[in-house]
Design a protein around this ligand. Sequence first.
Ligand code: KG4
Ligand code: ZN
Length: 311
Amino acid sequence: MEDADSILSNIVASQVDIHSRYGGIVPEVASRQHLITILPVLESAMSAARADWKDISAVAVTIGPGLAGSLLVGVNVAKSIALAHRLPLMGVNHLEAHIYANWLSKDKPAFPCLCLIVSGGHSDLVLMDGHGQFKKLGRTRDDAAGEAFDKAARILGLGYPGGPAMEKAAADSEPSFPLPRAWLKGTDDFSFSGLKTAVLHLVRDNDFSDPVRVAEAASSFQQAVVDVLTTKTIQAAERLGVNQILLCGGVASNTALRDSFNGSSPVPVKIPAPGLCTDNAAMVAACGYYHFQQGKVDGLDIDVVPSLSLG
Ligand code: KG4
Ligand code: ZN
């Protein structure tokens, strides 16, 4: 990345094909793949950016939350680069990096913002009062939104990764099955495991050999998740009087969710381009940029924090 928002290269090495054989992420396989791909990815990123090491001013790397084995690969390579080229090093929180994907455009968000982070491991509502100032208001009490998409897709036989498969299946279908929504009134928390179980019972008790029925179930599930995320986030944003809602995380690439927020929120909404919602390097660089600006530079003693939270 150059300056605050111009992306020079953003190479993503997807492991989807490898993990889809197992129906989900296998931690040992993931870390070994990281080890195999990290240097070729670095080389392609440098060549796509037409950059030399002397052009680099600082290195940012994710320290957590995430799988320890995969985080260790990234952190150790980042430390080696920082040491070899005498560069400042910034260890960043993966969730904070997702939020900073919203800074990768010319029109910057206006504080205070309410951030909805919806990924494979998190459904968090976080108030952001300024750079690096976070207060967690709500979280999922069971499955994360992305995790629920993945599990429901598996129940419906739509394969892995579930989110994109569910979105594709739901595309031309009506949400005709009445599925439950957990509102958890009076809190900013979410819950999606009841919805997932409802899909399980639906499939168990009915004939789903017709793909039209599967598509309708996918659409019904997606609509239930979208309703809850949109309604609860907008209610919280109005209650808090924030200037902007920021969406981020892999699930924020979902078109139905994006359309729902854009079509119904009285509070301005900002959502990164779909490719900047799912895990990517540019969001980590954006987050690192603001750490650097604030003098938040780390030493070579940083370590991975697999259960790191935000706010
Ligand atoms: O942020 P992310 O790329 O990785 C994590 O930090 O977890 O999010 C991955 C999650 C997965 O659960 C995936 O199924 C979900 O985001 N996801 C989607 C879509 N694309 C990815 N969920 C719904 N609709 C999508 N289009
Ligand atoms: Zn992520």
